[in-house]
Design a protein around this ligand. Structure first.
Ligand code: GDP
Ligand code: MG
Length: 601
């Protein structure tokens, strides 16, 4: 295809503002999906995405479009629509998808207005110098306020309110005109046709039948079927078994040239061999300079995952191996917990990533799991000059600590003006530092904070929502690390440390944490035949204490002799209950107590 006829664009939006629905309408209007095959959110292929209405892996589809109006009227163009993941955990993938585009549609719900992800994505799009087409969606809603939000959006990106397009992805109103605008406004890709090939990988998906399917944009030169290609970050060479475009099903071709977007298959079985952000070139006489921007995905949040039933350990390992084929950001290694047995320490990009993986393990692989409270990665410098990277709080070094470093994020909170005080209070209580504040309009305020990642991974989002009656939105990205006054708090049952409950917390919060955990556990742990002290401690210093009183638990006494079958039933029930107990030292702790103690409230 002549690059002059290609338009590469993506849709960026806050969650639920209608990106997937708009993509559906575009598939329909351009005729690539027939009416009767159409189902809602055609491109969101994973079950969890569909149920939660979120897009995790991006996809690219090729849409032929001949504008009905304007200079290019009647000339068929190729629009490559690249669907980006919409969540903060996947910022790096969003950024790679944007790098494959020349323009973007900034989609905003006409009943909601601008939200935090709208801004975060807009900033990313501006960093990539994309042409931005502002669009209000859902104008069919009675609650829509298109004039008000068009003004807000125009103010934000510095255009005239009349340039903000208005569509309904649901009814299709305005979508054809939007496709025409994509052709008119988005620049055609530029690249050197005669140079050695350089293609950027913006997505990489594992398929059980075909192995890894890699999505690329060819920036320079041409990639052809059957030639040998090379991954520039590792030097690994592969044969190009198949190359083609998505319309939206895979359609093989002879090759892809400058500006084209499509997929390729080399037969590799693991996405880590075909990494998002990497550059592909020819094996012989290839390019010497990779395209910029490649980064290894870095896990930010860790949690211990343990099978509820210890004999499921091999299944858990197999399931993680399988998921990793499709997820280069997922890392794990075996670990043993005195309290929970054999399991894995698993690293995630963020909390949503964690939830998605956990849900897939439980749903697709039928595993019942206990997950320890998520924690961030700490870098601990010791006075003797050694350094430890701590991903499991129970492995916090003993000895003399010189300094602890924790990861921090730059957070953007958008809130109606009435809640500015509440938001500030919350951020302050989470050790946040206000970096700036802007009024986007009379009743919409943007607050920028740096916050320790540890303070927001757990329940920050819920707290923010409840303090602002659901009106505030949040986005954040990692920006580095800071030193902090952190300590490790241990929980002891009957004098034995429960490793799964150890946590690294700020010194000022250690006491409150200890008290909360001790009293929570007192409620959760059933009485035993002896008294069970519960203690929270920093090193050897006890900071909180509770006691579970002893009881002689003679359930049979309730049976008044007589009824033998009833007695037997009770005994069996008690035995069953025992099976689901974990024994810590001398204390029997029900599984449910672990789960409840590790949950966030
Ligand atoms: P995404 O999270 O940005 O992909 O949003 P979705 O496309 O999943 O849409 C979120 C919700 O808004 C769904 O329930 C859609 O049916 C609904 N929706 C999307 N576009 C429109 C629209 O133009 N009008 C109305 N009334 N609802 C819409
Ligand atoms: Mg979606």
């Amino acid at each position: 295809t002549d690059p002059a006829l290609i338009r590469n664009f993506c849709i960026i939006a806050h969650i639920d503002h209608g990106k997937s629905t708009l993509a559906d309408r575009m598939l329909q209007l351009t005729g690539v999906v027939e009416q009767r095959q159409m189902r809602a959110q055609y491109l969101d292929r994973m079950d969890i995405e569909r149920e939660r209405g979120i897009t995790i892996k991006s996809q690219a589809v090729r849409l032929p479009w001949a504008p009905g109006e304007g200079e290019e009227k009647g000339k068929t163009h190729i629009l490559n629509m690249i669907d980006t993941p919409g969540h903060v955990d996947f910022t790096y993938e969003v950024s790679r998808s944007l790098a494959a585009c020349e323009g973007c549609i900034l989609l905003v719900d006409a009943a909601q207005g601008i939200e935090a992800q709208t801004l975060a994505n807009l900033y990313l799009a501006m960093e990539h110098d994309l042409t931005i087409i502002p669009v209000l969606n859902k104008i069919d809603l009675p609650a829509a306020q298109p004039e008000k939000f068009a003004a807000e959006l125009a103010h934000l990106i510095g255009c005239d309110p009349s340039e903000v397009l208005k569509v309904s992805a649901k009814t299709g109103e305005g979508v054809e005109a939007l496709l025409d605008e994509v052709v008119r406004q988005v620049p055609a890709p530029v690249g050197e046709a005669d140079a050695p090939a350089r293609a950027m990988i913006f997505d990489s998906v594992y398929d059980a039948y075909r192995g890894v399917v890699t999505y690329v944009k060819v920036v320079d030169g041409r990639l052809s079927k059957r030639e040998r290609i090379q991954m520039m970050s590792t030097g690994a060479a592969h044969e190009l078994l198949e190359i083609g475009t998505n319309s939206p099903e895979m359609l093989p071709a002879d090759g892809l040239s400058v500006g084209e977007v499509g997929y390729l298959i080399t037969g590799v079985k693991d996405v880590r061999q075909s990494k998002v952000g990497d550059t592909i070139t020819q094996f012989s006489k290839g390019a010497t300079e990779p395209l910029g921007g490649y980064k290894d995905p870095k896990p930010m949040v860790f949690s211990g995952l343990y099978p509820l039933d210890g004999s499921d350990y091999p299944e858990l390992r197999d399931a993680l191996d399988k998921l990793q084929l499709n997820d280069a950001a997922l890392v794990y290694e075996p670990e043993t917990s005195a309290a929970l047995g054999f399991g894995f320490r698993v690293g995630f990009l963020g909390l949503l990533h964690l939830e998605v993986i956990r849900e897939r393990l439980e749903r697709e692989f039928g595993l019942d799991l206990i997950a320890t409270a998520p924690n961030v990665v700490y870098r601990v410098e010791m006075e003797d000059g050694t350094e430890h990277v701590v991903t499991n709080p129970s492995e916090y070094p003993t000895g003399k600590v010189a300094q602890v470093h924790e990861p921090v994020v730059r957070a953007t909170v958008l809130t109606p003006g009435d809640f500015v005080g509440a938001v500030m209070e919350l951020c302050q209580s989470r050790r946040g530092n206000l970096q700036g504040m802007d009024y986007l309009s009379e009743d919409r305020v943007e607050l920028r904070y740096t916050l320790p990642l540890a303070e927001i991974v757990f329940d920050f989002f819920d707290a923010l929502k409840s303090k602002t009656r659901g009106y505030a939105s949040l986005d954040y990205e990692p920006t580095g690390e800071q030193t902090a006054d952190l300590v490790k708090v241990d929980i002891l049952l009957h004098g034995d440390k429960v490793d799964a409950f150890s946590a690294i917390v700020h010194k000022d919060k250690a006491y409150a944490y200890g008290v909360r955990m001790a009293s929570k556990l007192r409620e959760l742990i059933p009485r035993q035949q002896f008294e069970v002290p519960i203690q929270a401690a920093i090193g050897a210093r006890v900071i909180a204490r509770e006691t579970v009183r002893a009881i002689r638990k003679d359930v049979l006494a309730k049976c008044y002799g007589g009824d033998i079958s009833r007695k037997r039933k009770l005994l069996e029930k008690q035995k069953e209950g025992k099976k689901r107990m974990k024994v810590v030292g001398r204390v029997e702790v029900p599984q449910e107590a672990f789960i409840a103690a590790l949950s966030s409230d």
